[in-house]
Design a protein around this ligand. Structure first.
Ligand code: NOJ
Ligand code: CA
Length: 712
């Protein structure tokens, strides 16, 4: 029997730690901390479980499918073979949180056949890394299965305890929720219904959450569940069965309730389980990227991490409007305001960008259609090539070129996606002809074709098509209201960021983002890839713009600076208005200095929902940047600087909360100090409620060695 022979060879040649008992296989991570166990029961069930240093991460959990066409429950199997291999390699991302990534895992491929005798075959591929486990289903090309329709994926994740969880409600259309922190048995996603500020949401089950889902067990394990390489398949939601503590997969349906239309050979995305006894190791895991395919783009020289400003926040705070009529579509305000994307105003932003070294200027509301944008579920709202009469495309392109700045295109599709698909080539040619090399897309509203969802298979295919097509035109893309990321930016590095979570913008016009929000996002949404969070707000209270407004950013100014380090993205916006930056040039200096592409990333300390300290080394530079943030609680933290070159002195420029700062009562009070530090320094961080500290660390010049005082 092939199975036995392979396993024998497997044990003898590859890893001594693999044990074959009767239909039970154990495979360990290269460092032996993680154990994946597979059981094939007499009744045909195939069960998996995961241990970390002997503690249960995933208790015995089921695998399989319900197919709608052919109608078949694919949950009992004959085990045909089990093949193993090991991989250990390094690769270099085009941009990222570190310049070299190690991909080191043990792999097990199970070949299974349907137990009921249909003749249908299914493989399950497991990879066990030092930081977790990934597995995916593969339907090989086969006689008995060609075109087929998935009714549900029956993957389970059984939890070993009533863990603390950081979750957002399961939803087919939006991920722009604030986070809930509860035990698993206290998950109640009906609360999602309260989020009135989200325009298109589709609630389906009060026990449902989205991934990436972050958990902490009572015995100190940090567990993250998500998916990698979401291609041609719907996104995953997890529904908690509170009696058994089992999460059941719930894929996003299409308009008819089907989940996925596939043809053999077909592969599902990887299901990922990242685990550690240190929270920081979750943040430095590259497992999701490692499970994605290498870049398909041959010449990557045109892909450039960058910082940008934009005619954007002024619309969100109600100073100007996207629509030409000035009626602030979507804002429920009656007062008329100027149209933001006018030639003179755009020039002002270009001047500001050129003066301060920002590479891009985003301009929203430049094209006709915004009068019809919001809430209409209407076709053909935008054409992506017709400017409003006060936006001079040629003049602005020439002006930007002369100033060495790129205008960032904006394509709000209003979720009329069939329409966008019709316009894509024309729109990207228009961009090529006018010197634009990046586009921010957006999908506000309910999807057309009607009945499809933002996170279903149809849209997942659309986002990938956009990534591919923009790359054909050498265009970088930043998608808002897209499906959450799953590491596909490894394959399409021109897909430089997404929003796909609740961004800073919610602070301008809604109840906003609670002070713990940014301490959770890196453990959840950003696990899948970079987020266009749009940090850098200096004017914290919206009453500055309109005395009646109660809205505000729920952080201090110093925390806004720290977010450039803690919220990873190769595309970072300096989101506030030029005049607000020019009023505080000393604080602006950090945003000008901070890098967006990195050689190394360290997490001196972190706890999801509480605080994060992160340090990163700028790519190809000796400079380091450190960001520390806290939730609503003031904190005194200490960070080691042991990542600095030993024996070398650095100037630490510390941008911190003033002693009396507080996100709600005194958010804009900050202090900037300079000290000489080295790798032995223990940096004391005093964070205000909702506060943060940002630090730049640059090698000291001879003059600075004399003039800058030593850190005590
Ligand atoms: C929502 C996006 O997140 C935001 O950045 C954009 O300004 C508006 N839609 C308008 O497209
Ligand atoms: Ca959004």
């Amino acid at each position: 029997m092939r199975f036995k022979k392979n396993i024998a060879a497997f044990v003898a040649v590859l890893f001594a730690q693999i044990v074959y008992a009767e239909r039970s296989i154990t495979i360990q991570s290269p460092d032996q901390n993680i154990q994946l166990g597979i059981m094939h029961r007499d009744n045909g069930d195939v069960i998996y479980r995961v241990l970390y240093k002997g503690k249960t991460v995933i208790a015995p959990s089921g695998l399989g499918f319900k197919l709608n066409v052919p109608a078949l429950s694919l949950v009992k199997f004959n085990l045909l073979s089990a093949d193993s291999s090991a991989t250990d390699e390094n690769w270099k991302p085009v941009w990222g949180e570190q310049s070299v990534i190690r991909n080191n895992y043990k792999q097990l491929v199970l070949q299974l056949a349907d137990h009921s005798g249909s003749g249908i075959k299914l493989n399950i591929v497991f990879r066990v890394f030092n930081d977790g486990v990934g597995f995916r289903y593969e339907f090989p090309q086969q006689e008995k299965l060609n075109h087929f329709v998935v009714g549900e994926e029956l993957t389970q994740f059984a939890m070993a305890g009533d863990h603390k969880a950081f979750w957002i409600p399961g939803d087919f259309d939006t991920n722009e929720y604030g986070y809930y922190t509860t035990s698993l048995t206290a998950i109640d996603a009906t609360g999602g219904g309260k989020a009135q500020e989200i325009h298109a949401k589709t609630f389906f089950d009060k026990n449902a959450t989205q991934t990436p889902l972050m958990m902490k067990s009572a015995d100190g394990l940090y567990i993250n569940i998500h998916e990698a390489a979401l291609v041609n398949y719907p996104a995953l939601n997890l529904v908690m069965d509170k009696s058994s503590l089992i999460f059941n997969a719930h894929l996003v349906p299409d308009a008819t309730g089907n989940k996925a239309y596939l043809q053999t050979p077909a592969k599902t995305p990887w299901r990922t389980i990242i685990v550690s006894n240190k929270a920081g190791n979750i943040l430095t895991s590259r497992l999701i990227l490692n499970l994605n395919e290498p870049s398909v783009i041959k010449d990557e020289s045109w892909i450039k991490p960058q910082k940008f400003v934009g005619v954007w926040w002024e619309m969100h705070v109600g100073k100007s409007s996207w629509d030409y009529s000035g009626s602030q579509v979507g804002s429920q305000q009656a007062t008329k305001v100027p149209h933001g994307a006018n030639t003179a105003n755009v020039k002002r932003y270009i001047d500001f960008a050129a003066k301060h070294g920002f590479q891009g200027v985003l301009v929203e509301g430049w094209n006709t259609g915004w009068e019809d944008w919001f809430g209409q579920w209407k076709e053909d709202v935008f054409d992506f090539v017709t400017p409003y009469p006060d936006f001079d495309v040629k003049e602005l392109s020439a002006y930007a070129k002369e100033k060495g700045v790129k205008i960032i295109m904006h394509h709000e599709t209003s979720a009329s996606v069939t329409n966008y698909e019709r316009w894509m080539d024309t729109a990207y040619r228009f961009m090529n002809n006018n010197g634009y090399n990046s586009v921010k897309t957006g999908y506000v509203g309910r999807i057309i074709p009607r009945g499809e969802h933002h996170d279903g298979q149809w849209m997942v295919r659309h986002y990938e098509r956009v990534a591919k097509k923009t790359s054909d035109y050498k265009i970088m893309v930043d998608m808002h209201e897209s499906v959450r990321l799953t590491g596909l930016h490894r394959t399409y590095p021109n897909w430089i960021a997404s929003e796909a979570a609740r961004g800073n913008e919610f602070n301008a016009w809604s109840v906003g983002n609670m002070p713990d929000h940014e301490t959770i996002l890196p453990f959840t949404r950003i696990m899948g890839g970079p987020m266009d969070y749009t940090p850098g707000i200096f004017k914290i209270k919206m009453s500055y713009y309109n005395a009646e407004k109660k809205e505000q950013v729920h952080t201090t100014l110093a925390k806004q600076l720290a977010l450039y380090v803690t919220m990873y993205s190769p595309l970072q916006m300096a989101a506030d208005l030029p005049e607000n930056y020019e009023a505080k040039p000393d604080a602006l200096q950090f945003i000008k200095d901070v890098a967006v592409d990195w050689d190394e990333t360290r997490v001196p300390d972190a706890e999801p929902g509480d605080y994060i300290i992160m340090a990163r080394k700028a790519k190809g530079s000796p400079n380091w940047f450190l960001g520390a943030i806290t939730d609503e609680n003031a904190r005194n933290l200490v960070s080691s600087l042991d990542f600095l070159d030993a024996g070398k002195k650095y100037v630490a420029t510390i941008y911190r909360d003033a002693d009396n700062a507080d996100w709600s009562t005194n958010p804009e009070a900050y202090v900037i100090e300079k000290f000489l530090v080295d790798s032995k320094t223990l940096l004391k961080l005093k964070l205000a409620p909702g506060g943060g500290t940002a630090v730049s660390l640059m090698p000291a010049s001879t003059a600075e060695l004399k003039s800058v005082k030593k850190y005590k």
